[in-house]
Design a protein around this ligand. Sequence first.
Ligand SMILES: Cc1cc2nc3c(=O)[nH]c(=O)nc-3n(C[C@H](O)[C@H](O)[C@H](O)COP(=O)(O)OP(=O)(O)OC[C@H]3O[C@@H](n4cnc5c(N)ncnc54)[C@H](O)[C@@H]3O)c2cc1C
Ligand SMILES: O=C1O[C@H]([C@@H](O)CO)C(O)=C1O
Length: 378
Amino acid sequence: MVHGYKGVKFQNWARTYGCCPEMYFQPTSVEEVREVLALARQQNKRVKVVGGGHSPSDIACTDGFMIHMGKMNRVLKVDTEKKQVTVEAGILLADLHPQLDKHGLALSNLGAVSDVTAGGVIGSGTHNTGIKHGILATQVLDNLDSHLKKSEYFRFLWFPHSENVSVIYQDHTNKPPSSSANWFWDYAIGFYLLEFLLWISTFLPGLVGWINRFFFWLLFNGKKENCNLSHKIFTYECRFKQHVQDWAIPREKTKEALLELKAMLEANPKVVAHYPVEVRFTRGDDILLSPCFQRDSCYMNIIMYRPYGKDVPRLDYWLAYETIMKKVGGRPHWAKAHNCTRKDFEKMYPAFQRFCAIREKLDPTGMFLNAYLEKVFY
Ligand SMILES: Cc1cc2nc3c(=O)[nH]c(=O)nc-3n(C[C@H](O)[C@H](O)[C@H](O)COP(=O)(O)OP(=O)(O)OC[C@H]3O[C@@H](n4cnc5c(N)ncnc54)[C@H](O)[C@@H]3O)c2cc1C
Ligand SMILES: O=C1O[C@H]([C@@H](O)CO)C(O)=C1O
């Protein structure tokens, strides 16, 4: 019988959400997962799986049984002909990349970090950018269309409280690896000085606009080129602990939404917003609860850092952003904190009722629910 632990305290990566599961299990096989589920049924306990614990919300939290998939992380099969691999759901993408490299394979798209698991990125609809690419579960502005045509993995960063935008094109290349990485600029300035100045700004919020403009000028105002293996290009330094929201809106609403967010900040000078607003694009899909269900989408990711773990006021920004996102028909990222309830999701997802029927058939007693999912489904 797989061993269960009491007294484990779970915290997500950003240390913004946590829980104390009644029992914590680390199964090493499907058989052991079955044993945990049988025990949960017998004791009428709820079960929640956790992968890399990176979700910036309480989606992986539970007071019932927590199953951590870290020990089910093997590559089971590699088919180089079909360019397909079979892995256990608990494998970290960071561990998968080198195993794919060995076979000349790579994931066709990737979120910003790889310390996430295969099960986790599929479980929350993780995405990156590339209008021809779907969310990982499927594999602005003026001239937006020309940018989207010009680069397979186009995204841009808007610096709130400014007119500044940093444009990023990522495409296949045969050029040899090269890098513009520089510890001084990327870390001393782009991480440590930024964290210190953002901490100062928690006492002087008016500084945030200046910080955004100063760091754009210092770090984002010139052309940089990096060539490397895809997983080293897709992922990037996400710096220190943070709150994020990331809604998918119809692609054609990108300009309208961004200009409304900008106008809201200009009309409310007391509302400060850390940089960047990260704008990415994904192909529509047919996955019933994918935020990109049946429409090419734009993900607009807003962030508020927690310098030295200090929470900064973000409610006004968060609520104004959600109002704009709902107005343009947006759908929140499942992994990230939002205030939506079943009523909202029934409007957002044409197939929501259909999904609920399937979920209720597969989990009639609600064993796989938690506080987060109760808000979604009840
Ligand atoms: C620094 C940082 C950068 C990020 N960058 C991006 C990005 O660029 N794009 C993006 O879309 N998201 C991004 N995210 C969000 C992240 O991709 C998602 O939160 C993803 O779900 C994290 O995977 P995980 O393995 O940590 O999952 P967890 O947070 O552990 O779990 C997420 C959900 O998946 C379920 N789950 C996990 N494993 C399994 C399994 N084996 N079987 C069934 N269900 C499972 C959990 O129950 C939970 O509901 C980022 C997060 C952080 C902290
Ligand atoms: O959750 C996320 O974090 C990063 C970025 O916000 C910087 O951390 C990203 O691209 C996400 O989707």
